[in-house]
Each structure stands twice: as structure tokens, then as C-alpha cells.
Design a protein around this ligand. Sequence first.
Ligand SMILES: Cc1ncc(COP(=O)(O)O)c(C=O)c1O
Length: 464
Amino acid sequence: MKISKQDYSRREFIKKNSLIGAGTVLGLSAVQGVFAQTLNTSESLTPAILGGKAVREKGWTKWPYWDPAAMDQEILKVVRSGVWSRADVTTEFEKQWAEMLGVKRCLSVVNGTNALIAALVQLGIGGGDEVLVPPYTFIATVAAVLNTGAMPVFVDVDPETFQIDPEKIEAKITSRTRAILPVHILGLPADMPRIMEIAKKHKLLVLEDACQAHLAEINHQKVGTIGDAGCFSFQNSKNLPIGEGGAIVSNNDEFIDRCFSYNNYGNPYGSVVGEVGAGTLMLGTKIRTTEYQSAIGLVQLKHLKKQTETRSENAAYLKSKIQAIQGIIPYKLYNHVTKAAFHLFPFRFDQDEFEGMSREVFLKALRAEGVPCSGGYATLNNMPYLDHAFHTKNFQKMYPKKMLDFDRYLSNNQCPNNDLLCNRQAVWLTQNLLLGPKTDMDDIANAIEKIRKNADPIKKKIQV
Ligand SMILES: Cc1ncc(COP(=O)(O)O)c(C=O)c1O
């Protein structure tokens, strides 16, 4: 950012003189709106990106959460026991996570990506199959499909909810389609009742990617437990963090038994670590978790419900404040959503209401006010990794040439709503920002409002 000497003196002049003006206004009337509560000096009215004082100067709630008294003790217990590979602590974590979700079975594994791959493979998905996925997701969802040898087919999103648009699913079903992989992206539930209806009609499997949606609910049923199976991630940024980790959940005993075998070299369900004579039943791999991770997970589970409530209350409060700001369009939840996890708090930014300011300048200005934020995902439906997969030996052998023609694939998988979210509109705040007091939400709303009010000078002076 370049600011000329002349600009600086003008700013100083405005600062000094508008102090009197602001004082007069404040003296005369109760100032309306989110903006009024904390910004009462002219210095605060100058956007931080143009040299003013930031709305927020202190930090935010730290993540991952660490409960030293409990965690140090539980980890030490595991270390001192000498039992470090998966054993009883992991079994207890799986039991408690399944109970909390209201699902029959849970298998925890090394991470969410491998949970997805294992679940897809054990659902019988593989080479020659098509799996319907939203483009608005983390790369792992699509990579998991490709790693099984199946072909991802992208279904555009509903920009209001950021989720896969169920009304666009049927047009993408072909004779190769075997499964729908809805993602409860950002921790907001996808429209599962409608997705299940379509899946039933077309006899498709449903694997829920709930990696960002711990304890989110539809009609009081936890997401991840509605389809044939669900997968979670416990990676460090997630709402249930243990460093790295993941889980597959399902009400289907036979399926989870197979996942268990797959996760332990294909050895029978119930065989323990180190047992080499049980006989190997099926093709498997090794994606076992450890006792240290499960020990951390057991402590995190004690805090998850309360943290989810706090995020939910703060998200509703913040939404109520920022939806009044022209050009800011917060997320919408489907009617049947009874709880969202808010792994991220998303809203859409309309540059026309911000004097044509680009989203990138808006993000920069918001960060300058002390609010960490990002523009989120890039478009996943047109990246080189797809073409790379199509050139692998397996794909070349499994699919007709026409299906691996990348230009043809790109034109069949266009997702204009996703393009808009990724390239121009989406703004994310991370979940830890929602864990503080309500005054933290006021700071966020005030920062956005301040940028809106100063859109013109910011747009004129700042380039990215
Ligand atoms: C939507 C989604 N799916 C899958 C994953 C993969 O999880 P992991 O990072 O634990 O492998 C993530 C994690 O970032 C995710 O956000």
C-alpha cells in the first residue's frame, strides 16, 4: 500500500477535525446501528488500512483448545503404560464418539482423508464408478474418490447455503453413478432429507463427508449418521482436534467390521495390534490411530458440546448484526437444520454495494481492522490434479478415452455458482473467533461496517 505525504496530511486533518464532529454527533443523538457501540472517536473512523486505529487490537480465542489439567494427565498415563498403538483408550474414544452422535458404530483412523477412502472402498466404490460431489469442499473429498479409481462428477452448489444443490443432482446421474458424497461444508448441514430421497429413488449409496461438521444436526439427527456411512476429521483446525485423526461411523455392523479389517491389514475384526497369526481375510492397509491421539480425543469430547453451543449462539448473534449491512449476505441454513457446527462462519460479499471494491481489498481491509479472514476455497472442478489422475495407468485402463478427455470433462463439470463463491463472494471467519464473548462479535460487525462506510476512499487508495 502506498500513501503519499499529501494523503497523510489530509488524513491527519480529517482525524483532528472530525473529532469535534464526532463528539457533536454523539452528544446530540443516540447513534444507531452496530457501528455505534464501540467506535466513538474519529481515529477509529479512519480505516486501519488507511492508517487509522484498528477496531480490534487484541488477539482472539486460541486454537486448538488445551485443557492442561486433564490432557497432561491422560497423555502421561498412555506414555507410562507403554501401550501406544491402538488399544483400549481408542476403543473407549470410539464408543463415546458413537454415543454422542447416536450411531451404532465408529472406527477411528489416521485422518479424515483415509476415513473417506476406506469408507468408499468398503461401500464397494471403485474403478469405472461415478461419485457425485460438490465442488465447494476441501481437496480431500475429491482426492478420496479418485484414489478409489472412481470418477468424481461435480454438482454445483446453492450459493445461499454454500452446500451441494440437491435440485442439480438428478441431471448428473448416469448409468455409472454409484454414490452421492454430500459434504456438510463449513460445518453447516447439507440438505440431507432431499439428498436421501434422490438416493433412494435412484438406488445410490450416500457417504456423508462430515469432516467439518461435528455435532451438526438435521431434525435432531447428527450429520454423518443419516446416509450409509459418515466420515469425520480430527485434524488440528477442526472443532474436535487431536492433531491428526479421523473416523468412520455407521449403523451397519457388517460394513464397520470390514472397515476395521481394512484399517488393520485385512485381518479379522477384533484382532489386536501385534497379532500375526489370525489369518488375513481381505485386502487391507494400515490406517490405525494411536492411544495418544485417542487420549486427547477423550478430553476434547468433554468440551465439545459446550463449545458447539457457544459457536452457535455467537454465530446467530453475529449474523443478526451483519445482515443489516448492505452488501453482506450471511449463510442461510435449511429449515430442518436443528444445529450447525460452524467450523467456519461464512458470508457473501457483494462488491456492488462496496463501491466496486474487490473481495481481496475487502479482506485486506478487514484483516487490517484486526479480524482474521479469508476468501476460502479455489475452484476444485478445473484443477490439474484431475487431468493428472486421468493419465495414471489405472484410469487409462478403467475408462473409455472419451471420459478422460479433459476438455470434455471440464465442460461437463462447470459450476458457475461455485465459481462465484470461490472467485468473488465468499468470506470466511474461523471457528475460534466464535468462541469468545459477544463483544468479540461486536468487534467483527463494527469492523465490517467501518469498511462499508469507508468503501470509497479504500477502493480509491488500495490495490491488491
Ligand atoms: C470437508 C473435508 N473433507 C475431508 C477432510 C480431510 O480430513 P483430514 O485433514 O483429517 O485428512 C477435511 C479436512 O480438512 C475436510 O475439511
